[in-house]
Write a protein that binds this ligand. Structure first.
Ligand code: EPZ
Length: 431
């Protein structure tokens, strides 16, 4: 049973590359969360398959049940039915704990005409504002009133109107929220400057397969013709493999792997990472959906520069694990985190492990390698910094204790079990 205050105890490999075996990739957290939220748009039950068994998925299931949905759990399948009588007041104490809850607002507002939501929680990677959501809903005819620290959004007079929206930034969850709102809004909704992440495209394609009318999938502009509730007709949403989990394990293998196979991966979804591996002289083999990384004595890992960018650029969610890898590349590697202003804070604790990282400003650091890492006691501040600390601890010399494992359990299912399977000495302890 996962406890809030669990910790991982890891014995480091002292820089040796010994990990070997196969590690499996679960369904994508950031795809499954949105598909589950989309159940609100359906008149019949929606089945979401290959769901990862992680904390954020459990929290979303709790939120859906709280508002009156029926959520049947069978292994990695969730069957969700949202009746007409469902309420649309999101429970603060759950919704605040993960950003994914924000995508419920679009479908709830479009179907029930109102939604009450707390300021969504999530990682400590930045302010995580929701101005784009609130401005967009107002443009669609809703009124937004802010109380204590919740928002009441009401469109009950004429319902949501299809409008022309331009996203100030190609926000992933804002794109998904307005895409889903547009499915039930009156008239046509155009969204410009949308996020192109694979999970956005997978959601749009599935909604179209169930009767939605969405044009422009995979382009910067989506056009949605509003209509009635969708019908799954028994079709399931199959969650694609998690590209961020696959990338995290590939980076671990590049750092500490002797011969590691990671599957299933969708090569198209991790192209930016694979291109970075080529720049760093890290050999890898792709065959079908399997990525294999061996310790070929092909010479030193080279430094490179990382600039995070919306898909298909280098994903911000892999920035922290990649920074750990760069500490072992001889030379200077600038890292430019363009998406979130708080997503380099974790590097301070990496320097306590022996990494040589110079902070240039809130968006940029300079990693100077190669530096020997030593095991430390660390607290994972968020999901991706947490996995970065795990990766650093595995490569380091000595023992590390990584607290706040809940933050890692939010996105990585049975982590200690799967890492032990390729030879990592990792244990979960109650702190
Ligand atoms: C999604 O968050 C992911 N979460 C994040 O993954 C991921 O890091 C992020 O996209 C970027 O790829 C989920 O899908 C649940 P954004 P999201 O809106 O949609 C600013 C993980 O580890 N912004 O694309 O919240 C925002 O501050 C998580 O799995 C506004 O200014 O990210 C950021 O600077 C972490 N106003 C930028 O946009 C708004 O109203 C991009 O954020 C909304 C966003």
């Amino acid at each position: 049973m996962l406890q809030m205050k669990d910790a991982f105890v890891i014995q480091g490999l002292g820089g040796k590359r010994t990990l070997q075996g196969k590690i499996s990739v679960m369904g994508a957290k950031n795809a499954a969360l949105k598909a589950m939220a989309a159940a609100i748009l359906f008149k019949d039950p929606l089945k979401v398959e290959n769901v990862p068994q992680i904390e954020d998925i459990s929290r979303l299931g709790e939120v859906l049940e709280f508002i009156g949905a029926k959520v049947e759990v069978k292994d990695r399948t969730r069957t969700i039915t949202v009746p007409d009588g469902a309420s649309s007041a999101l429970p603060e104490e759950i919704a605040k704990r993960f950003r994914g809850s924000v995508v419920l607002t679009g479908p709830l507002l479009a179907r029930f005409g109102r939604v009450t939501m707390p300021h969504p929680g999530g990682c400590v990677i930045g302010k995580r504002p929701i101005d784009i959501f609130l401005e967009g809903f107002e443009k669609m005819g809703a009124t937004v009133t802010e109380h204590a620290n919740e928002y009441q959004i009401d469109a009950s007079k004429e319902g949501l109107q299809g409008v022309d929206l331009f996203l100030r930034v190609p926000s992933v969850t804002a794109t998904e929220t307005f895409l889903m709102a547009g499915v039930l809004a009156n008239g046509k909704t155009t969204i410009r400057n949308v996020a192109l992440e694979p999970e956005v495209q997978a959601l749009a394609e599935f909604l179209n397969a169930c009767g939605a009318k969405i044009e422009g999938i995979g382009t910067p502009t989506l056009e949605i013709e509003g209509g009635g509730l969708l019908e799954s007709g028994g079709k399931s949403y199959i969650t694609p493999p998690d590209r961020i989990e696959a990338g995290s394990f590939a980076i671990l293998a590049a750092l500490s792997g002797k011969d590691v196979e990671i599957s299933p991966v969708v090569p198209l979804h991790i192209e930016a990472l694979l291109e970075t591996f080529r720049e760093m002289n890290i050999p890898f083999e792709l065959s079908g959906e399997t990525l294999r990384i061996e310790d070929k004595r092909g010479g030193e890992m080279l430094p490179t520069q990382i600039k995070t960018h919306e898909y298909p650029g280098f994903p911000t969610d892999l920035q922290a694990p990649m920074t750990v890898l760069l500490t072992q590349a001889k030379g200077e590697s600038p890292v430019f985190e363009t998406i979130f202003e708080g997503r380099l804070n974790y590097t301070e604790e990496l320097t306590w492990m022996g990494a040589d990282i110079l902070t240039l400003d809130p968006h940029r650091v300079l990693v100077r390698g190669k530096s020997a890492l030593r095991g430390r006691k660390l607290e994972s501040p968020d999901l991706r910094a947490g996995i970065a600390y795990v990766i650093a601890a595995i490569s380091a010399t000595g023992e590390s204790v990584i607290g706040n494992a809940y933050n890692i359990d939010r996105g990585y299912e049975r982590l200690e079990e799967r890492l032990s399977g390729i030879g990592v000495d990792i244990k979960r302890v109650a702190e």
